[in-house]
Design a protein around this ligand. Structure first.
Ligand code: FAD
Length: 130
């Protein structure tokens, strides 16, 4: 019955349907991004990755997603070569838009975009006129 699939509440431990049924959730990964199943890994927004010395997990941001993907790709290659997994460590670079721009558009466009913005800034009035 379709009505039974309505979500009435989203909680930290799961999703409650309108008929009261709780669908448990919560994908907490180990520092190596492993789930409970040693052959299944989770990253980015779908993984709650705890950090040593912090009370909050790795934030659900693009840079974390990017870092975790790069980390996992390298570690899975090493794992296939029989090497042990090493933990992921989040590095907060702040809101570095340029890194995102570089990853998406490459060095050439990022450079030209930065140059264009710098030149445009030089031509702007010091006081906003409108
Ligand atoms: C409105 C908004 C603004 C944000 N602003 C910022 C910001 O300014 N800075 C920042 O760092 N982060 C920002 N974030 C967070 C950032 O977008 C996420 O942390 C990041 O995109 C997570 O990457 P991800 O790969 O986990 O998920 P996503 O980028 O969401 O990628 C998941 C992909 O899986 C696909 N998918 C889903 N289900 C299926 C399926 N069943 N089969 C196949 N494919 C599927 C989706 O189409 C999607 O392409 C923002 C998020 C939102 C929603």
């Amino acid at each position: 019955m379709i009505g039974a699939w309505r979500v009435s509440e989203v909680r930290a431990d799961g999703v409650v349907l309108s008929d009261g049924e709780l669908i448990p959730s919560g994908l907490v990964v180990t520092p190596t991004l492993r789930t409970r199943d040693p052959d299944i890994f989770a990253l980015c927004d779908c993984a709650s990755c705890l950090r040593e010395g912090h009370s909050t997990p790795v934030p659900p941001r693009t840079q974390a997603a990017h870092q975790q993907a790069s980390h996992l790709l390298a570690r899975l290659r090493r794992r296939r070569a029989g090497e042990p997994l090493t933990p992921y460590v989040y590095r907060d670079f702040g809101s570095l838009y340029k890194m995102h721009e570089y990853a998406r558009h490459g060095g050439g466009k990022t450079f030209l975009g930065s140059l264009g913005r710098r030149l445009a800034r030089g031509a702007e009035p010091e006081v906003k006129l409108h």
